[in-house]
Ligand binder design. Sequence first.
Ligand code: ADP
Length: 210
Amino acid sequence: MRAHPQPPWRIGLTGGIGSGKSTVAAMLQALGAPVLDADALARACTAPGGTAIEPIRAAFGPQYIGPDGALDREQMRALVFAQPAARQRLEAIVHPLVRAAIEQACAQLQGHSDCVVLDIPLLAESAHWLQQVDAVWVVDCSAQTQIERVRARNGWPRAQIQAVLDAQASRAQRLALADTVLDNDATTTLPQLQAQVAAAYARQRQLFGL
Ligand code: ADP
């Protein structure tokens, strides 16, 4: 059943931090699927000249925009840490702009691509996006594997990684929403992951009737 009426068909790709979601997104891109990255679009909105800059300046004050014209991430991080309501105000500005950018990019793909991957880290947490995708793909691994990967990749202390995990949907919540699960636990090699991705993409295209 099609969640979104307009082509291209939409695969919603998600996974907790360190699950390997970006790795899978790159593999899908290599298979020829266009990938729209919600995080990258959110960063573009808050870069110099981005569509969120003037609304953020108006809502929070000029001290949250750096001399380069970008969102001052350090200042904003400190504010949303101290005031959870500020995070909601920020998201109320940025999320609609990211949605609009994704819709615009999907519209531009019409007639060029029959299928698109929406790489959305917080898909499981977003009623909006769950309604806008035709299939949910979850990159799955244990919390322990997430912690080890993020420690190796970012060098963060365990408590910081755990805080991110605690703020995200649980593994069980994500799996409950999945149409396709890609197993990327500690024993999964990259070639094994690649094989799963290729098989799942072929199956998904068949299910979409492509
Ligand atoms: P996410 O986007 O979910 O945060 P990444 O795709 O960036 O996760 O993966 C986290 C880290 O783990 C990266 O450094 C990546 O190269 C590594 N990684 C992910 N999956 C595997 C795997 N199956 N084998 C080896 N390294 C992996």
